[in-house]
Design a protein around this ligand. Structure first.
Ligand SMILES: *[C@@H]1O[C@H](CO)[C@@H](O)[C@H](O)[C@H]1NC(C)=O
Ligand SMILES: *[C@@H]1O[C@H](CO)[C@@H](O)[C@H](O)[C@H]1NC(C)=O
Ligand SMILES: *[C@@H]1O[C@H](CO)[C@@H](O)[C@H](O)[C@H]1NC(C)=O
Length: 463
């Protein structure tokens, strides 16, 4: 699969390159058009002499940020072009040096070495001389012909230039890592490099490349740097790199990421840092029972507990219980799916037991989160979130309360504040559901929350 996909991508990139070359030769040597199905290849010399001007093309002005390129837009030489695999769009940007080089003197070939081809001016000169039949017709003719049918060596050179032009993600990442790892870089430069990396590592392959280039360890190491902005950006990169990427999750755990993240959560840091750290923790734990066991052993629940109760961290509370809720439900879902497949195999359908699935089940069985939650007082902490004015927060709290029902029911029953909150919410959401129905919504968001409240009330009454 992966190989086929890579092959397809290589072919696509090659086609783009070929197209770029064609455009380069036929239209304007100073601008690379990647317009597809361009139909004006028939332009003769007249047009070339009189009309051909790079201003005729819609020339994209790259900046130092990646920007999406629209079809038909030309990019100046020296731009970095890449294919965004998520959107399928081509994106362009310029490196700082190139921005300066390009815009300061308006001469794209100022270095004279990178793009060894004829400029528009040279071409025009040659053709003018040729037309007017000037002093040295042979010579001019030759150069004009040379200009149009360029030797293969030059095309090869252009190919190489294009290779440089289309900087691959791996090259970009190498450059960013060097910028980040260079002791001479300022903190600002390092942060910029991290944020650019964060964008790239959303792609599974790039996140794996980050690991193989040694970048993951650099990122993990900087989690305990003295600069909080570096800590924050590093946590952000880490969280994005491990999201839905099991092999990278393993590397992060082995690189000691979880311990460092928990240290950041357990010590005094600005909320913005803790938000990114919680994001990284959640991504690291998701669908990774080994990391979840590790989290429990490292006292992760205790760390979250203290953070939850620290004054001033209210904005983090819903994120904290989301981490816990996700872990609870993930295990429940896995075990339920396993039971279902057992039922199916009992009725005689062929389900080949897969050893890695068995191993997963065994690992999930080891994650014993609920008893720890009860022991550390979450049966009475979670109800506190119900007083939040935010629907989203209440919803998360209700779902978590329900998920802990079996373990917490006794404590819930003895909690008058919880009973009061639930009665209040019941009245509030009954009214809100009516307003929803007034606008024709039967199963709206408020109805969903009301169902959760009702379910809490019913389940708390059960013996
Ligand atoms: C850092 O800057 C110094 C002085 O400009 C230079 O000699 C050194 O090679 C630079 N180090 C790196 C890693 O670029
Ligand atoms: C970071 O820099 C150090 C020395 O400055 C070097 O040994 C190491 O290989 C670099 N790491 C990466 C991933 O570039
Ligand atoms: C970060 O922690 C590691 C070990 O956990 C240590 O070797 C390193 O010096 C620390 N870095 C900073 C900047 O404190």
């Amino acid at each position: 699969m992966q190989k086929k996909w890579r092959l397809g991508l290589s072919i696509a990139l090659w086609l783009v390159s070929v197209h770029l070359i064609c455009a380069h030769n036929e239209k304007s040597p100073t601008a690379l058009s990647i317009k597809e199905g361009s139909d004006d290849h028939s332009k003769g010399e007249e047009t070339l002499l009189e009309d051909e001007d790079s201003e005729d093309l819609e020339v994209f002005r790259p900046t130092d940020k990646w920007q999406t390129l629209k079809p038909g837009q030309a990019v100046p030489a020296g731009s970095h072009v890449r294919l965004n695999l998520q959107t399928g769009q081509r994106e362009v940007k310029m490196g700082e040096e190139e921005v300066l080089k390009y815009w300061s003197d308006g001469n794209r070939y100022s270095d004279g070495t990178m793009y060894p081809s004829f400029t528009a001016e040279e071409l025009k000169e040659a053709l003018k001389k040729f037309k007017k039949g000037m002093d040295d017709p042979e010579d001019s003719k030759q150069s004009a012909v040379r200009a149009q049918f360029r030797p293969i060596e030059e095309l090869k050179k252009d190919m190489e230039a294009l290779d440089m032009l289309v900087e691959t993600d791996v090259q970009v990442m190498r450059r960013l890592l060097n910028q980040f790892n260079n002791t001479n870089s300022t903190t600002e430069e390092k942060i910029t490099a991290l944020l650019d990396l964060e964008y790239l590592v959303h792609q599974v392959d790039n996140a794996q490349n980050l690991v193989s280039m040694g970048g993951m360890q650099l990122v993990i190491n900087v989690l305990n740097s003295t600069d909080i902005r570096l800590q924050e950006s590093a946590a952000f990169v880490l969280g994005s790199a491990v999201s839905s990427n099991p092999s990278v999750q393993i590397e992060a755990i082995e690189g000691g990421a979880l311990q460092k993240l928990l240290t950041l959560l357990a010590t005094k840091r600005p909320t913005s840092v803790k938000k990114k750290v919680l994001f990284a923790v959640a991504s690291l734990l998701r669908h990774f029972p080994f990391a979840q066991s590790h989290f429990l052993k490292l006292g992760g629940v205790q760390v979250l507990n203290e953070l939850f109760q620290t004054p001033g961290t209210e904005p983090l509370r819903v994120r904290i219980i989301t981490v816990l809720y996700d872990m609870i439900t993930e295990k429940v879902n896995i075990l339920m799916a396993a039971e279902n497949s057992e039922l199916i195999s009992q009725v005689g359908m062929d389900i080949i037991p897969d050893s890695s699935h068995q191993e997963r089940l065994r690992q999930y069985a080891e994650v014993s989160l609920l008893p720890v939650l009860v022991e550390q007082g979450w049966c009475s902490l979670v109800p506190e979130l119900l007083v939040s004015p935010e629907h989203d927060c209440r919803e998360k709290a209700l779902r978590t309360l329900l998920a802990m029902m079996a373990q917490c029911q006794t404590q819930y029953k003895q909690n008058p504040a919880l009973t009061a909150s639930l009665s209040e919410l019941q009245i509030q959401y009954q009214e809100l559901v009516l307003t929803e129905q007034d606008v024709g919504e039967q199963d709206g968001y408020f109805a969903e929350i009301l169902a959760l409240v009702d379910s809490m009330v019913v389940k708390m009454r059960q013996v």
